[in-house]
Write a protein that binds this ligand. Structure first.
Ligand code: ADE
Length: 248
Protein backbone atom coordinates (compact mmCIF):
# COMPACT_ATOMS: atom_id res chain seq x y z
CA UNK A 1 0.00 0.00 0.00
CA UNK A 2 1.10 3.54 -0.71
CA UNK A 3 -0.12 6.50 1.35
CA UNK A 4 0.58 10.06 0.25
CA UNK A 5 -0.05 12.78 2.82
CA UNK A 6 -0.66 16.39 1.84
CA UNK A 7 0.48 18.35 4.88
CA UNK A 8 2.13 21.57 6.02
CA UNK A 9 4.11 19.45 8.53
CA UNK A 10 5.67 16.60 6.56
CA UNK A 11 8.36 16.10 9.22
CA UNK A 12 5.70 15.40 11.83
CA UNK A 13 4.30 12.59 9.65
CA UNK A 14 7.68 11.12 8.74
CA UNK A 15 9.06 11.32 12.27
CA UNK A 16 6.06 9.60 13.86
CA UNK A 17 6.16 6.83 11.25
CA UNK A 18 9.65 5.97 12.48
CA UNK A 19 8.29 3.94 15.40
CA UNK A 20 6.56 0.63 15.97
CA UNK A 21 4.46 -1.08 13.34
CA UNK A 22 4.44 1.76 10.78
CA UNK A 23 8.24 1.69 10.86
CA UNK A 24 8.31 -2.07 10.37
CA UNK A 25 5.77 -1.87 7.54
CA UNK A 26 7.91 0.81 5.85
CA UNK A 27 11.12 -1.17 6.32
CA UNK A 28 9.55 -4.31 4.91
CA UNK A 29 8.24 -2.38 1.93
CA UNK A 30 4.63 -3.25 2.81
CA UNK A 31 3.94 0.45 3.17
CA UNK A 32 5.24 3.33 1.08
CA UNK A 33 4.85 6.86 2.38
CA UNK A 34 4.98 10.15 0.49
CA UNK A 35 4.52 13.68 1.82
CA UNK A 36 3.56 16.77 -0.16
CA UNK A 37 3.75 20.23 1.37
CA UNK A 38 1.38 22.86 -0.08
CA UNK A 39 3.95 25.49 0.90
CA UNK A 40 6.29 24.06 -1.75
CA UNK A 41 3.60 24.82 -4.35
CA UNK A 42 2.63 28.31 -3.21
CA UNK A 43 2.88 30.61 -6.23
CA UNK A 44 3.54 33.78 -4.24
CA UNK A 45 6.78 35.30 -3.02
CA UNK A 46 6.06 34.73 0.65
CA UNK A 47 5.07 31.11 0.13
CA UNK A 48 1.88 31.79 2.05
CA UNK A 49 -0.82 29.14 1.89
CA UNK A 50 -3.64 30.74 3.85
CA UNK A 51 -5.72 33.91 4.03
CA UNK A 52 -8.50 35.47 6.11
CA UNK A 53 -12.00 34.03 5.79
CA UNK A 54 -14.51 35.83 3.58
CA UNK A 55 -17.33 37.01 5.84
CA UNK A 56 -14.97 37.54 8.74
CA UNK A 57 -14.40 35.52 11.86
CA UNK A 58 -11.39 34.04 13.57
CA UNK A 59 -8.51 32.13 12.08
CA UNK A 60 -7.22 31.57 8.60
CA UNK A 61 -8.37 29.40 5.71
CA UNK A 62 -6.07 27.34 3.50
CA UNK A 63 -6.20 28.54 -0.10
CA UNK A 64 -7.17 26.46 -3.10
CA UNK A 65 -4.11 26.85 -5.32
CA UNK A 66 -1.27 25.53 -3.15
CA UNK A 67 -3.34 22.64 -1.84
CA UNK A 68 -4.65 21.75 -5.32
CA UNK A 69 -1.13 21.72 -6.73
CA UNK A 70 0.18 19.58 -3.85
CA UNK A 71 -2.68 17.12 -4.43
CA UNK A 72 -1.91 17.09 -8.17
CA UNK A 73 1.69 16.20 -7.37
CA UNK A 74 0.57 13.43 -4.97
CA UNK A 75 -1.77 12.05 -7.67
CA UNK A 76 1.23 11.20 -9.83
CA UNK A 77 1.98 8.42 -7.30
CA UNK A 78 -1.26 6.45 -7.65
CA UNK A 79 -4.93 6.48 -8.52
CA UNK A 80 -6.37 6.18 -4.99
CA UNK A 81 -9.00 8.42 -3.42
CA UNK A 82 -8.26 11.81 -1.87
CA UNK A 83 -9.43 11.65 1.74
CA UNK A 84 -9.88 14.90 3.64
CA UNK A 85 -9.47 14.52 7.41
CA UNK A 86 -11.88 16.74 9.30
CA UNK A 87 -14.38 16.61 12.17
CA UNK A 88 -17.16 17.01 9.55
CA UNK A 89 -16.40 13.66 7.96
CA UNK A 90 -17.79 10.17 8.50
CA UNK A 91 -16.50 8.66 11.69
CA UNK A 92 -13.68 6.15 11.26
CA UNK A 93 -14.18 2.71 12.79
CA UNK A 94 -12.47 -0.65 12.43
CA UNK A 95 -14.80 -1.77 9.62
CA UNK A 96 -13.84 1.27 7.58
CA UNK A 97 -10.15 0.75 8.39
CA UNK A 98 -10.44 -2.83 7.16
CA UNK A 99 -11.99 -1.67 3.88
CA UNK A 100 -9.35 1.02 3.31
CA UNK A 101 -6.59 -1.49 4.11
CA UNK A 102 -7.54 -3.30 0.87
CA UNK A 103 -6.68 -0.26 -1.28
CA UNK A 104 -3.32 -0.04 -3.04
CA UNK A 105 -3.19 3.75 -2.72
CA UNK A 106 -4.76 6.75 -1.02
CA UNK A 107 -4.03 10.43 -0.48
CA UNK A 108 -4.68 11.83 3.00
CA UNK A 109 -5.28 15.56 3.12
CA UNK A 110 -4.49 17.16 6.48
CA UNK A 111 -5.82 20.66 7.02
CA UNK A 112 -4.58 23.38 9.37
CA UNK A 113 -6.06 26.67 10.53
CA UNK A 114 -9.86 26.93 10.40
CA UNK A 115 -10.04 24.62 7.42
CA UNK A 116 -9.62 24.53 3.66
CA UNK A 117 -11.50 26.63 1.09
CA UNK A 118 -14.71 24.72 0.36
CA UNK A 119 -14.13 24.91 -3.41
CA UNK A 120 -11.01 22.77 -3.02
CA UNK A 121 -12.99 20.20 -1.05
CA UNK A 122 -15.76 20.16 -3.63
CA UNK A 123 -13.43 19.68 -6.58
CA UNK A 124 -10.57 17.58 -5.28
CA UNK A 125 -11.79 15.53 -2.33
CA UNK A 126 -13.39 12.11 -2.82
CA UNK A 127 -14.23 11.39 0.82
CA UNK A 128 -14.22 13.23 4.14
CA UNK A 129 -13.48 11.27 7.33
CA UNK A 130 -13.20 12.14 11.02
CA UNK A 131 -11.36 10.17 13.68
CA UNK A 132 -13.83 11.17 16.41
CA UNK A 133 -16.14 13.84 17.76
CA UNK A 134 -13.53 16.30 18.97
CA UNK A 135 -11.51 18.98 17.23
CA UNK A 136 -7.79 18.73 16.56
CA UNK A 137 -5.69 21.75 15.68
CA UNK A 138 -4.77 20.03 12.45
CA UNK A 139 -5.29 16.88 10.43
CA UNK A 140 -1.79 15.49 11.02
CA UNK A 141 -2.58 13.50 14.19
CA UNK A 142 -5.61 12.11 12.32
CA UNK A 143 -3.41 11.13 9.36
CA UNK A 144 -1.10 9.34 11.81
CA UNK A 145 -4.07 7.50 13.31
CA UNK A 146 -5.02 6.34 9.81
CA UNK A 147 -1.49 5.26 8.94
CA UNK A 148 -1.09 3.30 12.17
CA UNK A 149 -4.48 1.59 11.97
CA UNK A 150 -3.85 0.66 8.31
CA UNK A 151 -0.22 -0.41 8.71
CA UNK A 152 -1.05 -3.01 11.35
CA UNK A 153 -3.54 -4.66 9.00
CA UNK A 154 -1.09 -5.06 6.11
CA UNK A 155 -0.28 -8.75 5.75
CA UNK A 156 3.14 -9.40 7.29
CA UNK A 157 3.30 -6.20 9.34
CA UNK A 158 2.44 -7.81 12.66
CA UNK A 159 4.78 -10.56 13.77
CA UNK A 160 1.92 -12.79 14.82
CA UNK A 161 -0.50 -12.94 11.90
CA UNK A 162 -3.32 -13.76 14.29
CA UNK A 163 -3.06 -10.80 16.58
CA UNK A 164 -4.88 -8.40 14.23
CA UNK A 165 -7.59 -11.02 13.79
CA UNK A 166 -8.11 -11.37 17.51
CA UNK A 167 -8.10 -7.84 18.81
CA UNK A 168 -10.91 -5.47 19.67
CA UNK A 169 -13.58 -4.85 17.04
CA UNK A 170 -12.45 -7.48 14.55
CA UNK A 171 -15.68 -9.32 15.35
CA UNK A 172 -17.47 -6.19 16.55
CA UNK A 173 -16.64 -6.84 20.23
CA UNK A 174 -14.21 -5.33 22.72
CA UNK A 175 -11.07 -7.25 23.55
CA UNK A 176 -10.82 -9.69 26.47
CA UNK A 177 -8.40 -9.00 29.39
CA UNK A 178 -4.76 -10.03 29.06
CA UNK A 179 -2.32 -11.29 31.70
CA UNK A 180 1.35 -12.17 31.85
CA UNK A 181 3.85 -13.19 34.53
CA UNK A 182 3.98 -13.15 37.47
CA UNK A 183 0.82 -15.15 38.20
CA UNK A 184 0.11 -13.21 41.40
CA UNK A 185 0.41 -9.39 41.71
CA UNK A 186 -0.32 -7.84 45.12
CA UNK A 187 -2.39 -10.87 46.04
CA UNK A 188 -4.36 -10.75 42.79
CA UNK A 189 -4.10 -13.99 40.83
CA UNK A 190 -4.46 -14.65 37.12
CA UNK A 191 -7.80 -16.38 36.35
CA UNK A 192 -7.34 -20.14 36.84
CA UNK A 193 -8.60 -21.06 33.41
CA UNK A 194 -5.65 -19.29 31.74
CA UNK A 195 -3.16 -21.44 33.64
CA UNK A 196 -4.99 -24.73 32.94
CA UNK A 197 -3.85 -25.20 29.34
CA UNK A 198 -7.28 -26.27 28.08
CA UNK A 199 -7.51 -24.30 24.86
CA UNK A 200 -11.24 -24.77 24.34
CA UNK A 201 -11.90 -23.53 27.89
CA UNK A 202 -9.60 -20.56 27.35
CA UNK A 203 -11.34 -19.64 24.08
CA UNK A 204 -14.72 -19.84 25.81
CA UNK A 205 -13.52 -17.71 28.74
CA UNK A 206 -12.08 -15.09 26.41
CA UNK A 207 -15.25 -14.93 24.32
CA UNK A 208 -17.30 -14.57 27.48
CA UNK A 209 -15.09 -11.71 28.72
CA UNK A 210 -15.30 -9.97 25.33
CA UNK A 211 -19.07 -10.27 25.33
CA UNK A 212 -19.38 -9.18 28.96
CA UNK A 213 -17.13 -6.17 28.58
CA UNK A 214 -18.92 -5.09 25.45
CA UNK A 215 -22.26 -5.47 27.24
CA UNK A 216 -21.03 -3.38 30.18
CA UNK A 217 -18.99 -0.74 28.40
CA UNK A 218 -20.32 -0.47 24.83
CA UNK A 219 -23.85 -1.85 24.61
CA UNK A 220 -24.23 0.12 21.36
CA UNK A 221 -21.78 -2.29 19.71
CA UNK A 222 -23.83 -5.32 20.74
CA UNK A 223 -26.87 -3.88 18.99
CA UNK A 224 -25.02 -3.92 15.71
CA UNK A 225 -24.06 -7.60 15.63
CA UNK A 226 -25.88 -10.88 15.78
CA UNK A 227 -24.66 -13.27 18.47
CA UNK A 228 -24.67 -17.00 17.76
CA UNK A 229 -26.25 -19.48 20.20
CA UNK A 230 -23.00 -20.11 22.08
CA UNK A 231 -22.27 -16.40 22.41
CA UNK A 232 -25.79 -15.77 23.70
CA UNK A 233 -25.31 -18.47 26.34
CA UNK A 234 -21.89 -17.11 27.35
CA UNK A 235 -23.22 -13.57 27.68
CA UNK A 236 -26.19 -14.81 29.74
CA UNK A 237 -23.72 -16.64 32.00
CA UNK A 238 -21.59 -13.49 32.33
CA UNK A 239 -24.62 -11.38 33.22
CA UNK A 240 -25.86 -13.95 35.78
CA UNK A 241 -22.43 -14.06 37.44
CA UNK A 242 -22.14 -10.27 37.41
CA UNK A 243 -25.63 -9.88 38.91
CA UNK A 244 -24.79 -12.30 41.72
CA UNK A 245 -21.84 -10.09 42.69
CA UNK A 246 -24.20 -7.07 42.76
CA UNK A 247 -26.91 -8.76 44.85
CA UNK A 248 -25.96 -7.32 48.23
N1 ADE B 1 -8.93 17.52 11.95
C1 ADE B 1 -9.33 18.22 13.03
N2 ADE B 1 -10.10 17.48 13.82
C2 ADE B 1 -10.21 16.26 13.23
C3 ADE B 1 -10.89 15.06 13.57
N3 ADE B 1 -11.62 14.94 14.67
N4 ADE B 1 -10.77 14.02 12.72
C4 ADE B 1 -10.05 14.13 11.60
N5 ADE B 1 -9.40 15.22 11.22
C5 ADE B 1 -9.46 16.29 12.03
Amino acid sequence: MRIDVVTLFPDMIRECCGYGIPRIALEKGLLELGTWNPRDYADNRHRSVDDRPYGGGPGMVMQVQPVADAIAAARTQGAGPVIYLSPQGKRLDQNAVRRFAELPHMILLAGRYEGIDERLIGRQVDEEWSIGDYVLSGGEPAALVWIDALARLLPGALGDEESAQQDSFMDGLLDYPHYTRPDVVDGQAVPDVLLGGNHADIERWRMKQSLGRTWQRRPDLLERIELNKEQQALLAEYIREWQSTQAN
